[in-house]
Design a protein around this ligand. Structure first.
Ligand SMILES: Cc1cc2nc3c(=O)[nH]c(=O)nc-3n(C[C@H](O)[C@H](O)[C@H](O)COP(=O)(O)OP(=O)(O)OC[C@H]3O[C@@H](n4cnc5c(N)ncnc54)[C@H](O)[C@@H]3O)c2cc1C
Length: 400
């Protein structure tokens, strides 16, 4: 198989994380011949380090249509492609404070009004579906249709399917610039040469802002650290995704997510304060001065306080795991936007498309983002609202 860089492509997708992979898969299935260029290994940035919960619960009420679509799409992808350990295990969100019962009830009522099926469980009902969760919780919400996938296998499965349908993929190929002529995209530059193309999709996570800036496109997108720890393998004990009830929804500092991998490791995730990748910063992006900030090239060190706090929370919920040993912990960069939503759609010169700004929940949304970009390029209407993701929404809000 040739590893030379193709000279032309229908579309160049910059970034081989889950968003780039899902976009290439959707494009290829729609009959286009995309080229995916990844500067490192496929899934080697945040995507491969993910817990990859496919969830609609306690996320974003305005995005429920997209979330319901994308959750269903993951189930279809499992049936069509498979190979990524799709597991519809359901998700519990535990409640530790009296005040959070009303918070959970609010989310449940709104989601049920939109046709979803979450419910509130008392501790006895929680233990029926998660027997080892014997900690002193007050209640939990339960979203039975939520699922998990293996993140590395999912990136690979989508790229493989894209290739079967006409895509080409190249790892270790750094896109250094998007080329334009007369207000139109004409190609990309890499150290291995240039590729001519009328469409470039920036699925480059928090690095998208740097690639877009020379084209006059300001993306207020900041890197944020997300940390995970894994224990040694233990026999199956945690059956569901177990998260904390979140008043704001989505993923913010202090967020908790626990699950057990198929191989047996117990995994614990949160995001760390630091919207500018600096310790102690806010976890929200306020949109000021963002364009110049890109993640440092090195993988950031782990926060040991997080490891200690995570183990405490784990044992509070699952006291039976008292003898468990932590194996390792890792940190990766997510891309946060001021309104915690993706930027997905056209921007700047004709033919430039942005597919970045995952805000810590990009895995679940990736098939929908891929569909949105594909429909945009093919001038079709996607099955959900695109206005929420417009690249110019921050400038419009500032002008207003
Ligand atoms: C511990 C943890 C748990 C998580 N849990 C969940 C979860 O349960 N559910 C969920 O939905 N999400 C979860 N997430 C978030 C999710 O993993 C991310 O939102 C998602 O993976 C983002 O995908 P991406 O493709 O946008 O980014 P990335 O994976 O960062 O991909 C971008 C790619 O672009 C490449 N790139 C950048 N610049 C260039 C360039 N110039 N040329 C070529 N390539 C370039 C990078 O190398 C990178 O591989 C979690 C994240 C972490 C860390």
């Amino acid at each position: 198989m040739s590893t030379a860089l193709p000279k032309t492509a229908d579309v160049v997708v910059v970034g081989g994380g889950i968003v780039g992979a899902a976009t290439a898969q959707a494009l290829a299935r729609a009959g286009m011949k995309p080229l995916v260029l990844e500067k490192g290994a496929f899934g080697g940035a945040v995507s491969g380090a993910s817990l990859a919960c496919i969830s609609t619960h306690m996320m974003d009420l305005e995005e429920l249509k997209l979330l319901a679509w994308t959750r269903a799409r993951w189930a279809e992808l499992d049936a069509e492609i498979g190979g990524f350990e799709y597991n519809r295990c359901g998700q519990l969100r535990f409640i530790a404070r009296e005040a959070d019962i009303a918070v959970a009830e609010g989310w449940i009522a709104a989601e049920r009004a939109a046709g979803l099926t979450p419910e509130l469980l008392d501790p006895a009902a929680v233990r029926e579906i998660e027997p080892a969760l014997t900690g002193p919780i007050l209640a939990a919400s339960w979203s039975a249709l939520d699922a998990v996938v293996n993140p590395f296998l999912a990136v690979r499965a989508l790229l493989a399917d894209a290739q079967r349908h006409g895509a080409t993929v190249r790892a270790h190929t750094h896109v250094t610039a998007v080329r334009t002529d007369g207000g139109r995209v004409t190609g990309v530059a890499t150290p291995a040469g240039t590729v001519d193309t009328p469409h470039v999709v920036l699925a480059a996570g928090p690095w998208a802002a740097k690639l877009a800036a020379p084209l006059g496109v300001v993306l207020p997108m900041l890197p944020r650290k997300a940390q995970c720890l894994a224990t040694v393998r233990v026999p199956p004990v945690i059956r569901r995704v177990v998260g904390a009830c979140e008043s704001a929804g989505g993923v913010e500092a202090g967020y908790t997510q626990i699950q057990q991998a198929r191989e047996g490791q117990v995994l614990f995730n949160t995001v760390l304060a630091g919207g500018t990748a600096q310790a102690g910063g806010a976890d929200k992006n306020d949109g000021t001065g963002a364009a110049a900030v890109t993640p440092p090239p090195v993988v950031p060190p782990v926060d040991l306080a997080f490891v200690r706090d995570s183990v405490e929370t784990l044992l509070w919920l699952f006291p039976g795991l008292a003898d468990i040993a932590v194996l390792r912990s890792w940190v990766r960069y997510e891309a946060v936007t001021p309104d915690s939503r993706f930027v997905a759609g056209p921007a700047g010169p004709d033919g430039l498309w942005i597919a970045a700004g995952d805000n810590g929940t990009g895995f679940v949304r990736s098939p929908a983002i891929g569909r949105l970009i594909t429909d945009g390029i093919l001038e079709r209407d996607p099955p959900f609202d695109t206005a929420l993701y417009r690249a110019d929404r921050f400038a419009m809000a500032a002008a207003a």
